[in-house]
Every structure is written in structure tokens, then in C-alpha cells.
Design a protein around this ligand. Structure first.
Ligand code: PEP
Length: 251
């Protein structure tokens, strides 16, 4: 089964409006014509529309970093799927470890968000991954399995196929520590086996699993060459167009 690689940049809480537009222009110039790799950028909410204007005639798609599962109403500070859609969004990151760590994201809220995103015709990028303590204490597989099962609970095969999983070991995010290609691939194969258990082999083979955690131009190639690493979710290195290009088109 050959899965098209998918590289997404998570700009996190970086970029003012001017900076976002500049960065988006750089991304379009460097990788905007790529047809053999799917590429997306995920700016902060306030920059979504402006970035969409820059990328809309290129192959680069727009992603958001989070969403609320409710459709509308008295949820101060939250943004709905319909709002994201109207800003040009295609993908939504759900369950990022920073959301889980700082903003009380749980497997239950990840599942609610996933269902809302799919119902709106958007595509989830669901983040899972263990902390260093969990890895050291041999809990890694249990943690990942629980997160994957929680996220996909109640989803049809048809909906599951619209999802991407990002395996992001928490100890590798923003730390400069990267999982070795072998560590990443083992975790991806484990996740795929969990998907076989939830759905079936064919579905599991089709769902893309990105690696995230200090991926950079100089380690991207060896990670992306692994059998089950289908792309990357990139934080720090997505904030410079040249670095992002070095991951989309690794040398
Ligand atoms: C992320 O936050 O999704 C991420 C992978 O960050 P970084 O690349 O900076 O480790």
C-alpha cells in the first residue's frame, strides 16, 4: 500500500498577521507546486483567512490548531467547525499534547472534536504520544492504544479514512530530542495494529500516520524513509520556509 506523504506545519502561538502572510508566501514559493506530497500550514486562528488568501491558488492547504465541538453559542473564546470552514480550512489538529497538558484536553474531548470535524466535512489530524515517564515506565503502548481507541470511538470506516494520526512522543516536542527512525517506525506499526483491531487491515493500511517531534531538514529523510512514517507534523522547523521546504523535499 503506498500512502502519499503528508507534511503539515503547526505554527503554534507564533506569527502576527504580517509575519504569517510573509511565511505563507515563502511556503508557496518553495513548495506550493508540490503534487507528490500533501502540504498544509496551520497558523493561529487570527491569521487563517489572510494565509488562505496567500495559499489558495497553490497546492498548500490550510489547517487549524484546534476547534470546539459545539456548533455555536455561549462558548467564549472558542471557534466552531463552520467558522474554520468559512475561513478556508481543510485540516484540524486535534489533541495536541500541549492541549492535553495545558488546556485539559482528554480522550473524550478529542473524540467529540473528531466527530464534529468530520461532520463538518473537515479532516482531523489526531495527535497521540507518550511522555518520557510513560515510556520509561513501560506504559507507552497502553497510553498510545488508549488515545487511539478514544479518538476513533464510534467512527465509521468511511470517516476513519479521512483522519490522519500524528504520533508525537511528548519528550521529543520542541526539545531537540528526536525519536530515532526505528523508534518512530515501531510506534507507527503499533498504532497501525491498533487500527487493525478497531477497523480492519485495509483501513489501517490506508490511514496516514505522521511523525512529530523535532523533525528538521537534517533528520527528515531518515524518518520519512521508514515503512510506516507517512509524513510529519512540524512545529519549530515550520516557522522558516527554507527549513519547512527541507522537510517537504528532504535531501
Ligand atoms: C509539534 O508541536 O507538533 C511539534 C512536532 O513540534 P516540534 O517540531 O517543534 O518538536
Amino acid at each position: 500500500m503506498s500512502r502519499k506523504k503528508f507534511i503539515a506545519g503547526n505554527w503554534k502561538m507564533n506569527t502576527t498577521l504580517t509575519e504569517a502572510v510573509e511565511l505563507a508566501k515563502g511556503v508557496v514559493e518553495t513548495v506550493g507546486k508540490q503534487a507528490d506530497v500533501d502540504v498544509a500550514v496551520c497558523p493561529p486562528y487570527t491569521n487563517l483567512s489572510a494565509v488562505y488568501d496567500v495559499i489558495k491558488d497553490s497546492n498548500v492547504k490550510l489547517g487549524a490548531q484546534d476547534v470546539h465541538w459545539e456548533a455555536k453559542g455561549a462558548y467564549t473564546g472558542k471557534v466552531s467547525c463552520a467558522m474554520l470552514k468559512s475561513a478556508g480550512v481543510t485540516y484540524v489538529i486535534i489533541g495536541h499534547s500541549e492541549q492535553r497538558q495545558y488546556f485539559a484536553e482528554t480522550d473524550e474531548t478529542v473524540n467529540k472534536k473528531t466527530k464534529a470535524v468530520l461532520a463538518a466535512g473537515l479532516m482531523p489530524i489526531i495527535c497521540v504520544g507518550e511522555t518520557l515517564d510513560e515510556r520509561k515506565n513501560g506504559k507507552m503502548n497502553t497510553v498510545i492504544e488508549t488515545q487511539v481507541k478514544g479518538a476513533f470511538a464510534g467512527l465509521s470506516v468511511e470517516d476513519a479514512l479521512k483522519c490522519t494520526i500524528a504520533y508525537e512522543p511528548v519528550w521529543a516536542i520542541g526539545t531537540g530530542e528526536t525519536a530515532t527512525p526505528q523508534q518512530a517506525n515501531e510506534a507507527h506499526i503499533f498504532i497501525r495494529n491498533v487500527l487493525v483491531g478497531i477497523f480492519n487491515k485495509q483501513t489501517a493500511e490506508e490511514i496516514r500516520i505522521q511523525y512529530g517531534g523535532s523533525m528538521k531538514p537534517d533528520n527528515a529523510k531518515s524518518l520519512l524513509q521508514q515503512s510506516d512514517v507517512d509524513g510529519g507534523l512540524i512545529g519549530g522547523a515550520s516557522l522558516k520556509a527554507a527549513d519547512f521546504k527541507g522537510i517537504v523535499l528532504p535531501q
